[in-house]
Design a protein around this ligand. Structure first.
Ligand SMILES: [Zn+2]
Length: 384
């Protein structure tokens, strides 16, 4: 959860989690009274004021003072004006020091160590299972990070407020500070433990390009009949059985969401140039309990809307209730990405899943079966 900005007004109920933070003393919420300038009676004629008949705010700290209407200058005793007001709640103070101290306390409670860096209130050295991270908090206006040094260890950013508009490097791992305060630091330890280093991620990205190039080269030599069964079965089966890799991949994508998206070319008359395929949702679709698949493998031909129509026609003719159609393509020559998004928009699910060479390479590399996958394609060529 993210803290709302200072000065945020809550009309009616205060959100439960904010209320809890308030109870624990991390934030302060005060009433802002809206007063009605009704005028004032006085002992003498000169004391009397008509009032301007408008509403104005009484700041929370002014309770014991004389309240003056900012519009007409009419003055009221606080007790006199309370009668006509309605109340709003406003977030007036956030005790970031208390919050950061609590986060550090929670981190230390799990056996991890936190070392201070002299002169920096917002930066610490975090040690988890022998690995060191630079940890910083987003609440002290510390946008001036010294992160340009590439040799810096992976940086852990503890977020309280909304700092989405700041540009941070990709190597940044972001954790929700309030979640740590509430639930402790155990989940985060596992994430850090299982997260590959930035070097490894870069290495995998390089490997994806290599594998993609190989798939394109080999795929053009294989006939689709030769590869359809074996390659598709191998691909789907590896995704199903590699449970640990799947967990690590989900972990990785949660921390680095941009790695879970593949942009594909959808250029064509009247079409969007690029479409983003969210691999996380793609995979979720493949991993649901029950599904029937008609997997088609295309090696050299373009995958177009008419190919998809043929597949669907073929399915309906056989009375085969295919809930999902999976198209494994060893090419990037796909012109019907819009069909993919169309099914998603129409049914709420990715019913049509196209794996082009790029997406196939990403999945194979991150699931760790890239070498075997290329071997299977080679076998398909030799066996053809
Ligand atoms: Zn007034």
């Amino acid at each position: 959860m993210r803290l709302p900005k200072l000065g945020t007004r809550f009309e009616g109920e205060i959100p439960k989690n904010i209320e809890e933070l308030c109870r624990l003393g991390y934030v302060q919420i005060a009433e802002v009274n809206i007063a009605f300038c009704k005028g004032r009676n006085g002992y003498s004629l000169s004391d009397r004021m008509l009032g301007c008949r408008t509403e104005f705010e009484i700041p929370y700290q002014k309770k014991d003072e004389v309240v003056q209407c900012p519009n007409c200058g009419c003055e009221y005793d606080y007790d006199d004006i309370v009668i006509t007001l309605k109340r709003n709640k406003e977030l007036v103070r956030v005790d970031y020091e208390k919050m950061t101290n609590k986060v550090i306390e929670q981190v230390q409670a799990t056996g991890c160590t936190v070392k201070s860096i002299d002169g920096f209130l917002d930066k610490k050295i975090l040690n988890v299972s022998g690995k060191e991270y630079l940890m910083f908090f987003d609440c002290f206006g510390s946008a001036d990070l010294m992160l340009d040094n590439e040799s810096t260890n992976t940086v852990v950013n503890i977020i309280f407020g909304n700092s989405e508009n700041l540009k941070y490097p990709d190597s940044l791992i972001r954790f929700d500070g309030i979640k740590i305060i509430t639930n402790g630091f155990n989940d985060e330890i596992y994430i850090l433990r299982d997260l590959p280093s930035s070097n490894l991620i870069i290495e995998k990205l390089r490997r994806v390009s290599e594998v993609e190039a190989e798939v394109l080269k080999l795929g053009s030599q294989a006939t689709w009949q030769a590869v359809e069964n074996e390659l598709t079965n191998f691909f789907l089966q590896e995704i199903q059985i590699r449970v640990i890799e799947k967990y690590r991949l989900k972990n990785l994508w949660r921390i680095y969401p941009h790695l879970s998206r593949v942009t594909v070319n959808a250029a064509g008359a009247g079409k969007a140039d690029k479409i983003t395929i969210p691999l996380q949702e793609y995979l979720d679709e493949l991993l649901v309990d029950q599904f029937t698949v008609d997997a088609k493998c295309y090696s050299t031909t373009t995958v177009s809307s008419s190919t998809i129509e043929k597949v669907q026609h073929h399915l309906s003719k056989d009375g085969f209730d295919a809930k999902r159609v999976i198209v494994l393509a060893t090419t990037n020559n796909v012109t019907c990405w819009e069909d993919v998004t169309h099914y998603k928009n129409a049914t709420g699910q990715y019913r049509l899943l196209i794996f082009n060479a790029r997406i196939t390479a990403v999945i194979a590399v991150y699931f760790g079966f890239d070498n075997e996958f290329l071997e299977v394609i080679k076998e398909c060529i030799n066996g053809a």
